[in-house]
Design a protein around this ligand. Structure first.
Ligand SMILES: [Zn+2]
Length: 134
């Protein structure tokens, strides 16, 4: 399967790239830093650039509880208004790339194949269907 080969190639490339900072301590601290950098990049899109705004409030769902999933979805808001500008999008994409790199690096150290995890999680989602609300 092409996707399987691409993923395995990526995991191997990450493994080859991590020569100097191979310790799990370096990798998991970089992994955590990558998470923080994504949050920071999104925050800067709001507070420095302004291309997106956050307007958060409790989601208001009509009482009764007999809404279809699609009806319920129409009452749920992600609280983000606007769209990322090209510059912010590029910065955030780069940070997600860094997170992906260190996610794979951490998985490599503990001998976990993330493609197998992707397949398992996808099967779980398919099995849960429309009734899984989180
Ligand atoms: Zn922006």
């Amino acid at each position: 399967m092409v996707n399987d080969l691409l993923w395995d190639e990526f995991q191997e490339a990450v493994s080859q790239k991590l020569i100097r900072h191979r310790s799990i301590i370096d990798v998991w601290s970089k992994f955590q830093e990558a998470h923080a950098r994504i949050s920071r990049a999104i925050a800067k899109s709001v507070t420095n650039c302004g291309c997106i705004e956050i307007h958060a409030a409790k989601n208001q769902v009509p009482p009764g509880g007999d809404l279809s999933l699609e009806e319920l979805r129409s009452f749920m808001d992600d609280h983000v208004d606007g769209h990322l500008c090209q510059n912010c999008r590029e910065v955030i994409e780069e940070e997600f790339g860094r997170l992906l790199f260190y996610t794979v690096a951490l998985a490599n150290i503990v001998d976990i194949n993330l493609y197998d995890i992707l397949i398992k999680e996808n099967k779980k989602l398919a099995a849960l269907g429309l009734y899984h609300l989180s």
